[in-house]
Design a protein around this ligand. Sequence first.
Ligand code: ADP
Length: 310
Amino acid sequence: MIEFRNVGKTYQPLFGSPVRAVEDFSLTIELGEVMGIAGPNGAGKSTLISMLLGYVLPTEGTVRIDGMEPRAYIERYGVGYLSELIAINPRWTVDGALARYAILAGVPEGEIQPRVDEVVERLGLDEHRRKKVKELSKGNLQRLGLAQALLRSEAVFILDEPTHGLDPVWTTKFRDIVEQLRRPDRAILIASHNLDELERLADRVAIIDRGQLQRVVDVRGAGGELALLGAGNAAGTYRLSVAAGAEVVPEVFPGARNLGRGEFVVEASDLAALNRGVAELIVRGTLLAGFAPVQSALEQQFREAIGEVT
Ligand code: ADP
């Protein structure tokens, strides 16, 4: 549905030297898929999104939505878009803003009010609908931005930092909203700094650094998180909780950090080594209450991909 093929973008500022923002970037996002995009600041995420929206043209390669130039596609079918910086006229009311966006999105006259009512309800904005945009808190403004993106039922959704400013309750609700958005005939792209969120929401996550695609992590791979760990280099840090036999832990894992109350942080060179260690602990009488990676699997892959040693 969405295809970046060998895409490059070099900005040529009026003064100073050219900036290579994206380089030889290829990625395909299929219908039915939720794709995450993660990368440090300056990695090129905004540039990629701008190219997908047709605001910025690539200097090399091609970007296509359903085989079309982004601008031509968007003019014809529209896309649901939540921008990182929500710029809605502060003097409009919530209701008024949504009605205007519905007109802009080409929602037929008779459907505008029902659609506005539906997104207001979905994003819990009912008590705010007569407020001016400038009176909204940051979290409510973000919800208005999301409501605006959901006004039409497009086949492509692009959400840039969608949970920015949302409180934990709405961050959780947002996950349900994305789950409801997921459809076999729709492609959803989510750019986020929050790896934990991408790990929960996305099927795959593209990790970008210095304008290049570093790796694509399949977060929904068979077997879930541990399959992911096994597929990559599972070297990492794990937290062990033991109910009895804590004294054995430093003997089996020499670098173990004792956090007290039976909690340890241990390093393992790979998943097999971790399992050997855990097996030895059990054989030697340790009663294990739990173990889990200190970093999520995605976070680990992210750090490896951007060259940060954990
Ligand atoms: P991200 O969204 O991942 O933070 P960006 O796409 O905004 O990354 O930026 C990628 C690189 O391109 C950065 O080095 C940034 O400074 C540069 N850049 C972005 N927009 C422009 C522009 N309009 N003119 C010149 N350089 C730019």
